[in-house]
Design a protein around this ligand. Sequence first.
Ligand SMILES: NC(=O)c1ccc[n+]([C@@H]2O[C@H](COP(=O)([O-])OP(=O)(O)OC[C@H]3O[C@@H](n4cnc5c(N)ncnc54)[C@H](OP(=O)(O)O)[C@@H]3O)[C@@H](O)[C@H]2O)c1
Length: 241
Amino acid sequence: MAYSNLEDKNVVIIGGTAGIGLAAAKMASDQGAKVWAAGRSDAHIEKAKQLSGGSFEVRKADTHDAAALNKIFSEVGKVDHLVSAAVGGERTLKPFLEQTQQQFQAAYDKLWGYCNAVRVGAPYVEDDGAITLVSGSPARKLAVGQSPLSCVGASVENLVRCLALELAPIRVNVVSPGTIDTAMFDHFGEKKQVTLQGMTQSHLIKRAGSSEEVAAGIIFVMQNEFVTGTTVDVDGGRLLS
Ligand SMILES: NC(=O)c1ccc[n+]([C@@H]2O[C@H](COP(=O)([O-])OP(=O)(O)OC[C@H]3O[C@@H](n4cnc5c(N)ncnc54)[C@H](OP(=O)(O)O)[C@@H]3O)[C@@H](O)[C@H]2O)c1
């Protein structure tokens, strides 16, 4: 069975200093991979360094900064797995007609960041390696006021299918999280847990997911050598709710 061990594999995770990316970095490292996790802010970098306890490398890079990304990839050399879980865009959650073009476009910074990470990183990825991106359930679960999230998520998922065709034999997949309890919701402050409970009450599994549950989906597509061009939903059944 083609199911690769992560032992001694080189794994680069952009957006790997918090939330889902950080959980994936820890999980891959725990399975013996050599991991480089990158993000922008010093605060996240510091926390990631603490969590890693030196078991994986943490670097500073923005998905929009090709030179910073290239510095990491050239340090790593041969890359077995490239993951991007960076948020990388500002979303304005209100109906389309109430948004300016600039607000709508800002959400697309996530897509441009992913494009950049793949454009810079793919030449370093081994033929038997894989690229994994992260979209989100709004790509296919539509809701009023979420058009930027939906459009960007759908673009990421379509980009992945295009890349799977063009970059084969490198495998390219996308993991789509539902509502996940990460720093993304920290702006709700002390109302965070109540808000997450409210957001998930109509889901088949009535709670927010954890970063680790999504990271397990990322590890699955990294390891299973018969999976490419696919979307793995880790969303507590949100798509069916
Ligand atoms: N949480 C959810 O409910 C949910 C739902 C659907 C989809 N998603 C998607 O899942 C992915 C991970 O989200 P998360 O919830 O884990 O978010 P998070 O906890 O905020 O973590 C995001 C990570 O990406 C880094 N990052 C953000 N922008 C970046 C950029 N331009 N360049 C490099 N690194 C960047 C962050 O560090 P810095 O900010 O310090 O750079 C951090 O390490 C995102 O693509 C998000 O859209 C999340």
